[in-house]
Design a binder for this molecule. Sequence first.
Ligand SMILES: Nc1ncnc2c1ncn2[C@@H]1O[C@H](COP(=O)(O)OP(=O)(O)OP(=O)(O)O)[C@@H](O)[C@H]1O
Ligand SMILES: [Mg+2]
Length: 384
Amino acid sequence: MKLKKIQISNFRNIKSAEIEAGDEFNLVIGNNAQGKSNFLEAFYALCLGKSYKAPIEEDVISFNENCAVVIGWFYDGNSEFSITLRWEKDPAAGVKKTVLLNGNPVGRLSEFLDQAPAILMIPDDLEIIRGAPDNRRKMLDLMCCRVYPPLVETLRNYKRILDARNSWLKLPVKSQDPLLGEIYEKKLSTYAGIIVSKRLEIIDMLRPFIEEHHNRIFRLPSPDIRYRTSIKNLKDRTADAISGSFLETLHTLKQEEQRRKFTMAGPHRDDFDLKQKGKTMKHFASFGEMRSSAALLKLAEVEIVSGKTGKSPVALIDDCLNEFDTDHMENFLRHLYERCQMFYTSTGIHDAFGQFAFIETYFTENGAIRRCSQAELKTLLKTY
Ligand SMILES: Nc1ncnc2c1ncn2[C@@H]1O[C@H](COP(=O)(O)OP(=O)(O)OP(=O)(O)O)[C@@H](O)[C@H]1O
Ligand SMILES: [Mg+2]
């Protein structure tokens, strides 16, 4: 899938921009704080149906404006389609968001996720390797949802029941209705079975991919990836078996949970381990090793999404490969270049970029983005 054109208005510091995209490598250059990351955020929002980083969606609307709009025109090899995303300040709801596919409102986000698949790489991806388990769960769940979109709903339901059960656990034990407790446990274990079985499937897809590509691209020892679950005695990997083991785990933990007043096991407590040379990367790996593993997980995502949807996703890379030496950067970009349309933001022109034949360059300044030649870019960067 490729983006043909994107129009952005009043999205963060981008007042108005229209870009005709190149089919292969699109390089968005600009100095700090000019709007490069905002551009990728707007683009990725088209693909997700929401901003990936604004905790309050209203934040994406330019200061002192009432409405932000992003429209993208895509081509997926067979047909053209457009996606429109519009955020409008609304005194009652804070912000009213509209998602349109070819001009028609989109119902469920889960049905929309496959439409314009994109992979985002940002500096924070390092947290997948070295950060708290929540970062890894989020990444894994996003991959699961891409392969199996109904999981969006399952995850939402799991969270809803988990919150309800935690509130129930906070009550004094004698006020806890045991029947209600049983209902929560049953529902929670059904959803947990589905979530964990899908996560295990994804880990099984990631493992051979990492083995095959890590050493080839980065010439570093391949990490091993393992799912770590808080569910005890996992006998089988089917959703039903996991659900049964989880129910038993909850029964075993019940008294301690009543004492500690929260649900101590389940997908919300699980994690995955990345080990290199038998050692947990989080504690022992170098910065470059962590960055390469984080980047490789994104390449795996490209492969998984392509396999599932039959569409190659667009790769959006926000200035996060600077720790790579020229060889690593070139190998990595070449892998992507051969598979997807790319948008790469950077404050400068890296040596590795010179190796690519089809490269379109854009200059970003004060929220305005325009196409310009590499020669012009070099002068602009020098004189800025
Ligand atoms: N809602 C908003 N309205 C107007 N400006 C905003 C809004 N949100 C963020 N900005 C501003 O947009 C500017 C550009 O941010 P952006 O993150 O895109 O910069 P950048 O070009 O990626 O810079 P860097 O190279 O430092 O990463 C920042 O100065 C930021 O304060
Ligand atoms: Mg930035």
